[in-house]
Design a protein around this ligand. Structure first.
Ligand code: SF4
Length: 390
């Protein structure tokens, strides 16, 4: 065990000196974390503070659950609905306009547009709904809805699954950034009886291709890993390195979300345990160690009694928090009040600031007309002015 600890220190010292560690050393750090995690957490904290100071950010958002029909089935997902279910959401143009107005009234900044994966490929209901509203497909509607939000003074960020390069290009005109969780790059998780078996859009090659295309188009992308769905720790590490690879090539990954799995009662994985907190913390700390400068987020509503403790293992963002709409992906976990997050962040030694859906250092990738619009509420550092969001 002594020699293992020594090796661990070498790898951690290397990171603290600003050097990158190869994947094998990250595996080794995970192995050591089984015996000794304090040093790993401390290293992550030092790196976090060095790169992001005493600031933690969030995005004040409204969640537009545009359509939650989905052609795929991930066995952990409670977001998707089938026709006739009470949770089915199909927002009309009027619904989008009304929510955009209400969000502006609440001084939200982000319009988060979420849909299931290409609903029209599987459901006649989706095809006729799109036709009634005057659209040939979901992406056409997303473009239109994004323009409505933009006209109201919100800044769109779309998360609609595997978009083609052409679709990404169209959405880039009105979206300041976009999102696509990689979930995990393990092919094993697509095998029979595994979470992504019935979700071809979650096949790692397909997923990575979208991030590559977004990179070629210069789109700031939020991505992330779902932790606790039956993966091995090494598969999480592989996923972070795959994201790192894309970021090295294109420089367009603005943020990594680490999301801890919780079972949902109406899903196939309802008996699967939640991600264990120490394991989740280790994965957060390792991500910081692998990518010291990256923006790292955990959703505070998924760790309601302990989220502030993640500030000391590497995170620097709370993601989108909505004062008016639920988290439709995790409906059983409501978002904490922004004021409460602020107080808890302050007690942990960090100052809460509001960002746009796009992080300050990625403004140069955004269409100039959108940057100009953002300048109306900009605090001068590409964050949102305090007098706007408070
Ligand atoms: S996680 Fe996304 S792709 Fe998977 S079933 Fe749910 S909505 Fe569809």
């Amino acid at each position: 065990m002594l020699s293992k600890l020594a090796l661990n220190c070498d790898a951690l010292n290397k990171v603290l000196e600003g050097r990158e560690i190869p994947k094998e050393e990250a595996y080794e750090i995970f192995n050591i974390s089984q015996y000794e995690s304090a040093e790993i957490f401390e290293t992550a904290k030092i790196l976090r503070n060095k790169n992001h100071g005493n600031v933690v950010t969030f995005s004040k958002k409204a969640f537009f659950n545009l359509v939650n029909l989905c052609r795929d089935t991930c066995t952990y997902c409670t977001y998707k609905a089938d026709p006739g279910e009470s949770k089915l959401s199909m927002m009309s143009i009027k619904d989008v306009q009304n929510l955009a107005k209400l969000a502006k009234k609440h001084q939200c900044v982000e319009a988060l547009f979420v849909t299931g994966e290409r609903p029209e490929e599987r459901f006649e209901l989706a095809r006729s709904w799109l036709k009634e509203n005057g659209f040939a497909n979901t992406v056409e509607y997303l473009v239109f809805a994004s323009e409505i939000a933009l006209a109201e003074g919100l800044f769109p960020h779309t998360n609609a699954g595997n978009l083609t390069k052409h679709e990404l290009k169209e959405l880039k005109k009105s979206n300041v950034s976009m999102g696509l969780m990689i979930e995990n790059v393990s092919e094993r998780l697509t095998e029979k009886e595994m979470p992504h078996h019935l979700a071809p859009s979650k096949y790692p090659k397909e997923r990575l291709k979208v991030l590559e295309n977004a990179g070629q188009l210069g789109i700031p992308m939020t991505t992330g890993v779902l932790v606790g769905i039956g993966e091995t720790p090494f598969e999480v590490i592989d996923s972070i390195y795959a994201i790192k690879e894309i970021h090295k090539k294109y420089g367009n990954i603005q943020e990594i979300i680490l999301q801890n799995f919780h079972p949902k009662p109406d899903t196939i994985m309802k008996e699967h345990p939640s991600a264990e907190e120490n394991y989740f913390k280790t994965m957060v700390a390792l991500t910081r160690i692998i990518m010291p400068e990256m923006n790292l987020q955990i959703p505070p509503n998924l760790s309601p009694t302990s989220y502030e403790r993640f500030l000391s293992v590497g995170i620097n963002d709370w993601g989108g928090i909505s004062p008016l709409t639920p988290d439709y992906v995790n409906p059983e976990f409501s978002w904490p009040e922004i004021k409460t997050i602020e107080v808890n962040s302050q007690n942990a030694g960090y100052e809460l600031k509001c960002r746009y859906p796009v992080y300050p250092e990625f403004f140069s990738m955004v269409e100039s007309s959108l940057v100009e619009k953002m300048s109306e509420i900009n605090d001068g550092t590409n964050l949102v002015g305090e007098n706007y969001w408070r």
